[in-house]
Design a binder for this molecule. Structure first.
Ligand SMILES: *[C@@H]1O[C@H](CO)[C@@H](O)[C@H](O)[C@H]1NC(C)=O
Ligand SMILES: *[C@@H]1O[C@H](CO)[C@@H](O)[C@H](O)[C@H]1NC(C)=O
Ligand SMILES: *[C@@H]1O[C@H](CO)[C@@H](O)[C@H](O)[C@H]1NC(C)=O
Length: 513
């Protein structure tokens, strides 16, 4: 939920700014912005919000503006439109809309291995429906290779996994902003992949899900969260009447930017052509509690198509006046607000930053038994305790154990010679660390403190991500390496030694890519 993280993938390793703001521990600079939120601070914020809400009600009294629903599909708003989702089919217990899960990438080798990981775990958890990588700006050679890779390898995971190619949209608006590829890539896929306009009947009631490539599915993510452990963010609207994605009720993961899209962006400029936009009238509570969302986004096909079109229209002007990392996410929020589509925000779709005291799915991890932390299982009853995705956009560390996407060799999966990662012991008694030593720390070998709650979370991330990378790499090598040529030794570590007292030789140099 840390700013800059939900969108970090497009920022790639080349954009230093992502590391500074997101603290995502890019190579060489592993400083993590520890946003310490003390209980007192939370109480203060809660009090201030309460005060503001009271004052607002006092001032506005009975004259509160009615909710304006702009555009179609949201007339009934909220959960009451659930029944319209399937026009009666919903009463049928077997009704299950088609699911399309997408993620947006460039064509670099780092995005290739992340995409493979994505597909691999979509396969492992039996994600229903279709999974689509939207790849923007590939050269002809890269495109040919990717098509071949899907034909020979990805298709073995599922015939429903595919790649959709789009032009590079970074320069659509006179500036160079590669994250334009997210909205414009998605729209390109809906227009040219689904051919949404001419197949409305087929796709309006389908479910479209938007994730980031550096996400690992821990369990299937579907429109129906009725029996889910998902933690729903409170808002004045109250909890959704039906815990499903329906027309007029998109879902997203709560992100920590609050009313940023409405506060930090010059709305007069963005809505210059829509001076009557409902986005300009969104009450503060809704700004913070229904629009501060990011991937995973989920909406019906109808809502998604409406959002993506406005998103593409607004995002250039958002970027023109707001040059920071979250521009394209802010664009989403404003587009949804323009359409009168407040989101149900989930606090536990995702885990990413172990230091978050609030807003990610960590309470679920905090509740796990010690012997469950290192277990990777796709058994239903085990999955049901977990968040839906690991968003591995941070660096993770405990003792001298470490994993971080920027330090992993980009050919980690595809190289037959390179070893797998050394896996940490699954036994909790080995995990008495209350510190970590970061690769690249200055001075090298410094023990940095971890409290016990954070240590448990780091342990979960280290165990889960390393084992899952190895699992995926083993399958990948099995498919692609010559018989007997795959190096499946689990031996790679990021330090020269795991002994915290032995720091001779300094640190291992991070991979270059
Ligand atoms: C909303 O949808 C209905 C039926 O599909 C249509 O008749 C109407 O014109 C639409 N309204 C808007 C504002 O698009
Ligand atoms: C592909 O998706 C369709 C529609 O959801 C489903 O019926 C089919 O079983 C899926 N195929 C595979 C191989 O998963
Ligand atoms: C408003 O519309 C005009 C004409 O279509 C266009 O040239 C201009 O860029 C739009 N302004 C914004 C802020 O989108």
């Amino acid at each position: 939920m840390k700013e800059g993280c939900g969108v970090v993938d497009w920022r790639g390793s080349k954009l230093g700014v992502a590391k500074k703001i997101g603290g995502s521990g890019g190579r060489g600079s592993h400083h993590r912005s520890k946003l310490k939120v003390t209980p007192e601070a939370i109480l203060l914020v809660v009090f201030i919000v309460w005060l503001l809400v009271c004052v607002r009600f006092y001032l506005i009294g009975e004259l509160q503006l009615p909710q304006i629903n702009y555009g179609n599909g949201s007339e009934k708003g909220g959960g009451s439109s659930a029944e319209s989702n399937s026009d009666g089919n919903n009463n049928n217990d077997n009704y299950f809309p088609e699911h399309y899960m997408t993620f947006s990438t460039a064509c670099s080798s780092s995005q290739n291995w992340q995409s493979f990981m994505f597909f691999y775990y979509a396969h492992k958890v039996s994600q229903p429906g279709y999974v689509i990588r939207i790849a923007s700006g590939c050269s002809q050679k890269e495109q040919d290779e990717l098509v071949e890779f899907h034909k020979t390898t990805i298709s073995k995971l599922s015939s429903n996994f595919s790649v959709h190619f789009t032009p590079d949209f970074a320069k659509v608006s006179g500036d160079d902003y590669k994250y334009y590829n997210k909205p414009f890539g998605l729209r390109h896929w809906m227009e040219h992949g689904l051919k949404f306009d001419t197949n409305k009947d087929k796709y309006e009631d389908a479910i479209v899900v938007v994730l980031d490539p550096d996400m690992i599915l821990l369990r299937p993510l579907t429109y129906d969260l009725t029996d889910s452990n998902v933690m729903i963010h409170a808002s004045e609207q109250g909890p959704p009447k039906v815990r499903r994605v329906t027309h007029g009720q998109p879902w997203a993961s709560l992100y920590g930017f609050g009313d940023g899209p409405f506060r930090s962006v010059d709305l007069k400029h963005v809505f210059a052509n829509h001076t009557d936009s409902p986005a300009l009238l969104v009450p503060k509570d809704e700004q913070v509690n229904n629009y501060a969302g990011g991937p995973p986004y989920m909406a019906t096909g109808r809502d998604m198509f409406a959002i993506v079109n406005i998103w593409c229209e607004l995002v250039p002007s958002v970027h023109h006046v707001y040059k920071h990392l979250l521009g394209e996410m802010y664009g989403w929020s404003l587009a949804a607000a323009h359409l009168g589509l407040p989101h149900t925000l989930a606090e536990s779709f995702m885990i990413s930053d172990t230091a978050m005291s609030y807003g990610e799915g960590w309470p679920l991890i905090d509740q796990l038994m010690d012997d469950e932390l290192c277990e990777i299982s796709t058994l239903r009853e085990k999955e049901d305790k977990l968040p839906y995705v690991i968003h591995y956009c941070q660096s993770y560390w405990i003792g001298k154990w470490f994993i971080g996407k920027y330090r992993l060799d980009s050919d980690f999966l595809s190289s037959c010679e390179k070893p797998l990662l050394l896996e940490p012991p699954k036994d909790i008694h080995q995990w008495k660390y209350d510190y970590y030593i970061r690769p690249g720390g200055v001075p090298y070998g410094t023990k940095e403190k971890l409290d016990s709650r954070t240590a448990k979370r780091e342990q979960f991330m280290i165990c889960q991500i390393i084992a899952r990378l190895n699992d995926a790499a083993t399958w990948y090598k099995d498919q692609t390496c010559e018989k007997g040529m795959a190096n499946n030794d689990k031996s790679w570590i990021f330090h020269h030694s795991l002994d915290p007292e032995n720091n001779e030789g300094g640190e291992k140099k991070p991979a270059e890519w």
